[in-house]
Design a protein around this ligand. Structure first.
Ligand SMILES: Nc1ncnc2c1ncn2[C@@H]1O[C@H](COP(=O)(O)OP(=O)(O)O)[C@@H](O)[C@H]1O
Ligand SMILES: [Mg+2]
Length: 358
């Protein structure tokens, strides 16, 4: 009996530890210019002399972070009398969070009070969506998108991008790999990450909830950015990320804090009884097509929301409409490639038609 209790205890500790290391495992397998890069991570289990081990691990973390010019971020956990600390050494985003820039009115047009700076909003929205489309292409759902989880890294300016920063998605603490096939087969998480840049050796993911196209989340992120189905039934999916992107777009458009002044009970009640379009009014000054995009992301039925690729297509169409073709093509290389491919195929079709006539 005692042995069984001991085994159960060890199993619980192993599972808690695996959960704890899951964020670093996942982040280490992601490579994208709009995702904060994790360089390395390590977990120190604190058994008998927590203070001594803590000090030793902090010194090791400082040494690792200092060499790479990165940031050392810490997280701690506890289970069954054991505790541990995980250190993440990651790319340093020196301009802070998008939330701080929003609060300073950084995305508003200084020449037109109450209006957003459309070029900045589109560039930033496209970067966020590129990161999300990449995650979703790997069957990863972020699960906690909000403006304090978007970090800004200094970058050069150009005639078509005056921001001086690039936006990067961070904080994979609530992220999950979704893959119906791996769930059915009971395969390991590493295979569901596909060729996600050299999968880390020794995946610590055993015992971690994985492998579904929708997942039952036990925890979810900010209530303000959580999709209704996530609040109601813990239903985490790519579509719940798309809902959160809609709230981020609203923040970029209005420069305001969503659901400002509401306490959690009020917010919960409001979100469960009203559509988001009623709770987050879109200003009349907002470009109509951007406002419609927010509404599409907030559809009550997850299946009716656009995919991340769909959101990017709509942002591209908006860039052409709002910035003009020349500026849009210079600002967004992916759009330039797309327009070029369309022109080539139109020219080829015209040439084929002309050859048929002769
Ligand atoms: N790579 C980084 N560069 C700069 N600041 C960071 C970085 N990672 C985290 N931070 C700062 O720490 C805060 C919390 O980090 P985060 O990873 O979101 O952890 P959590 O929200 O789980 O506490 C961020 O909002 C940001 O201010
Ligand atoms: Mg965070």
């Amino acid at each position: 009996m005692q042995q069984q209790q001991q085994d159960e205890h060890e199993q619980q500790v192993a599972m808690e530890l695996a959960q704890h290391e899951y964020e670093s495992w996942l982040n280490a397998n992601l490579r994208h210019p709009n995702i904060v890069q994790l360089f390395t991570s390590f977990t120190v289990v604190l058994e008998e002399h927590p203070q001594q081990l803590l000090l030793a691990s902090s010194a090791a973390a400082a040494a690792a972070g200092g060499g790479a010019g990165g940031l050392v971020h810490e997280g701690a956990g506890w289970a069954g009398g054991l505790s541990w600390k995980t250190h993440l050494v990651m790319e340093f985003c020196e301009l802070g969070t998008m939330q701080c820039v929003l609060q300073r009115g950084g995305f508003m047009d200084p020449l037109a009070p109450g209006r957003c700076n459309v070029a900045w909003v589109l560039s930033t929205a496209k970067e966020l969506c590129a990161a999300l489309a990449y995650l979703h292409s790997m069957d990863v759902v972020h699960g906690d998108l909000k403006s304090s989880n978007v970090l800004l890294k200094a970058a050069g300016t150009s005639a078509w991008d005056s921001r001086g920063f690039v936006a990067k998605v961070s904080d994979f603490g609530l992220s999950r790999v979704m893959d119906a096939i791996s769930a059915a087969n009971g395969t390991a998480a590493s295979s569901s990450c596909g060729d996600a840049a050299a999968t880390a050796a020794g995946s610590p993911c055993a015992g971690v909830p994985l492998g579904q196209s929708r997942s039952q989340a036990q925890h979810f992120g900010a209530l303000s950015h959580a999709a209704p189905e996530l609040i109601r039934g813990g239903e985490l999916s790519k579509a719940s990320d798309v809902y959160s992107v809609g709230v981020l777009l609203w923040e970029l458009l209005t420069g305001q804090v969503p659901f400002y002044g509401m306490h959690p009970g009020q917010l919960l009640n409001a979100k469960l009884s009203h559509p988001t379009s009623q709770l987050l009014p879109l200003p009349e000054t907002a470009p109509p097509a951007l406002a419609s995009l927010c509404l599409a992301c907030w559809e009550e039925q997850p299946g009716r929301r656009p995919s991340m690729q769909g959101v990017i297509q709509q942002l591209n169409a908006l860039a052409l409409e709002l910035l003009g073709e020349e500026a849009a093509l210079l600002a967004f290389p992916d759009l330039a490639r797309q327009v070029l491919a369309q022109r080539r195929s139109a020219a080829a079709a015209a040439a084929a038609a002309a050859a048929g006539v002769q």
